[in-house]
Design a protein around this ligand. Structure first.
Ligand SMILES: [Zn+2]
Length: 160
């Protein structure tokens, strides 16, 4: 029997989380609009992602610089042990952030190398195109969404 069910399913707009720092992702780019029939990873697209990766890396390096300078400025002797403790936990946090930034910079460098070699934008596992949209959201992605999902399931140990 035919159903005349009204489709009221509202698609929830993916709320974009506010970006706290460059570590969360690079946002300052204009999304790429591919022309009809345009070849994947043609020179224009390569240039687009190189610009994104370069700008993101620059941002992170500046962030690292700021952290280093900040820590040098703040590295004064507090006579009060409470102040010292606060300062030390601040430093631990900053060091952790810096570590994350450094790792990300390394990933960006690897992505830039893949751009040079023509491997950028293709899944490391299965070889399919990762896709412009996914790469813009995650410029250092080396896996397609399917392989990434499988990897995450494996890492979580679900079903194993
Ligand atoms: Zn894949």
């Amino acid at each position: 029997m035919p159903q005349t069910k009204k489709q009221t399913a509202r698609k929830k707009a993916a709320a974009s989380a506010p970006i706290e720092s460059a570590v969360s992702g690079f946002q300052g780019f204009v999304p790429y609009t591919a022309k009809k029939g345009e070849k994947y990873m043609n020179p224009n697209q390569v240039a687009h992602f190189r610009a994104i990766l370069d700008a993101w890396k620059r941002e992170l390096m500046e962030e690292v610089d700021r952290t280093v300078h900040h820590m040098q400025d703040e590295a004064t002797n507090f006579p009060d042990p409470n102040d010292r403790a606060t300062q030390e936990s601040d430093f631990t946090l900053e060091l952790r952030t810096r570590d994350r930034e450094r790792k990300l910079i390394r990933k960006i460098d690897e992505a830039l190398t893949r751009l040079d070699s023509g491997d950028y934008g293709y899944c490391e596992q299965c070889g399919i195109e990762i896709g412009i949209k996914r790469l813009e959201a995650r410029p250092t992605a080396t896996l397609c969404i399917d392989c990434k999902t499988l990897q995450e399931i494996r890492e979580k140990g679900i079903g194993g």
